[in-house]
Design a protein around this ligand. Structure first.
Ligand SMILES: C[S@@+](CC[C@H](N)C(=O)[O-])C[C@H]1O[C@@H](n2cnc3c(N)ncnc32)[C@H](O)[C@@H]1O
Length: 309
C-alpha cells in the first residue's frame, strides 16, 4: 500500500469509518495475488517467452501491479508494455504510482510523454504506454500485436465465448490469462450454514447475470473457449486466493482486502429480492467482526492459463 493510502486508512479505521477505494483494493490485492499465481504456469511462460525486447499488452490492467510484479520477479528485462484499462482513475493512479514504486525499487524513471514512461536500470528497460480505453475499442485501433497478452483478474468479467477471438488477435504468440474465478467462494468460520450457502449462491449468480458479461465458472470454461478460438493451452492450474490470519493478524494490507471483498458482497446483494435484508446486514456485521478479531479465512478458487495462438 502507498504511504498516503495507509495513513488515510488507519485514520478512518480508528474512527470506525471504512473508506472504499478501488485503487487501494488493487494495491492490497498484490500480496494475495503473489501467493496465488500458479508457479507452474509461470514457469512455462518464462520458458516460452521470446528473446527480449518483447511487446506486452495487458488488458484490464488496473493500476499496473502485474507490470511491477513481473519486474520484481525478474520476468521482464526489456519490454514495451501497453497497459489498457477503461477506468480513468486507474490509469491516473498507474501514472502516479508506478514512478513512486520504481524510485523505491532503485529504478530510474523517465517521463517520455503524457502517456509514456520508461523505468530502467543497467539491466532493465521497460517502456510503458498508458491506454485509458475500453478493451474492445483498443482492439479495434491496435495495429501491432503483442508477443504476450496478459489478462489478470479480468476475463471473468467479459462476455464469453464471443470476446475470445478478438482478445487473442492482440497477440501473435502467447496469452497469459490469470486469476479467472471458478465457482468456489469459502468464508470460514461458519456464521449460519444455510445463510452462508444462500449468500454464496446468490453472489455467484450476480456474476452470471451482469449486463456487461461475466461467468462465475470462467476458469473451467476457458479450456473450451481457447480451443474454439484456435489457441493451444500450454499450461493450466489453480491460482486460489487463500487469505488467513497469522497469530490473529493479516499479513501486508490483507485486512483491507478482506473488507473490500465484503464490500463487493454488500454492493451486489443489498436489496436482492431473494435475500432477507436484515439477516444479510447482520451477516455482514458478523463477518466484519471476524476480520476485526483476526478469525476470518477467505478462499476463492481461480485458474491460470498459458495459451499459444
Ligand atoms: C478486477 S480488476 C483487475 C485489475 C488488475 N488486473 C489487477 O488485478 O490489479 C478488473 C479491471 O478491469 C477493468 N475493466 C473492466 N471492464 C473493462 C473493459 N471493458 N475494458 C477495459 N478495462 C476494463 C476495470 O476498470 C478494472 O481495473
Amino acid at each position: 500500500m502507498c504511504h498516503a493510502a495507509s495513513v488515510t486508512y488507519k485514520y478512518l479505521k480508528s474512527k470506525g469509518i471504512m473508506e472504499y477505494s478501488f485503487s487501494h483494493y488493487l494495491l492490497s490485492k498484490q500480496s494475495v495475488d503473489d501467493r496465488a499465481l500458479n508457479q507452474n504456469v509461470l514457469h512455462v511462460l518464462k520458458t516460452n517467452l521470446p528473446a527480449a525486447p518483447i511487446r506486452i499488452i495487458e488488458v484490464g490492467a488496473g493500476i499496473g501491479t502485474m507490470l511491477t510484479r513481473l519486474v520484481r520477479w525478474d520476468v521482464l528485462t526489456k519490454a514495451d508494455y501497453v497497459l489498457v484499462d477503461e477506468m480513468a482513475q486507474n490509469i491516473q493512479t498507474a501514472r502516479e504510482w508506478i514512478p513512486l514504486w520504481a524510485v523505491e525499487s532503485g529504478l530510474g524513471v523517465e517521463k517520455i510523454e503524457h502517456d509514456q514512461l520508461r523505468v530502467f536500470d543497467q539491466t532493465r528497460d521497460i517502456r510503458i504506454h498508458f491506454e485509458c480505453a475500453d478493451v474492445f475499442d483498443f482492439i479495434q485501433k491496435n495495429k501491432t500485436p503483442a508477443d504476450l497478452l496478459i489478462a489478470h483478474a479480468f476475463l471473468d468479467l467479459l462476455p464469453m465465448p464471443e470476446s475470445m477471438p478478438s482478445l487473442l488477435a492482440l497477440t501473435r504468440h502467447l496469452a497469459w490469462l490469470t486469476v479467472n474465478f471458478d465457482g468456489v467462494t469459502s468464508l470460514e468460520p461458519t456464521v449460519n450454514a444455510a445463510l452462508d450457502d444462500q449468500i454464496e449462491r446468490l453472489y455467484h449468480a450476480t456474476m452470471d447475470t451482469r449486463p456487461t458479461g461475466g461467468d462465475s465458472r470462467a476458469g473451467r470454461h476457458l479450456f473450451s473457449h481457447l480451443q474454439k478460438a484456435g489457441a493451444d493451452v500450454l499450461a493450466a492450474g489453480a491460482s486460489d486466493w487463500v487469505v488467513h490470519p497469522v497469530n490473529k493478524k493479516y499479513p501486508a494490507d490483507e485486512e483491507y482486502f478482506l473488507n473490500f471483498i465484503l464490500h463487493f458482497f454488500e454492493e451486489s446483494l443489498t436489496g436482492h429480492a431473494g435475500l432477507d435484508g436484515s439477516a444479510f446486514v447482520n451477516w455482514l456485521e458478523k463477518r466484519r467482526a471476524q476480520i476485526e478479531r483476526g478469525e476470518l479465512v477467505y478462499i476463492a478458487h481461480q485458474m491460470d492459463f498459458l495459451a499459444k495462438v
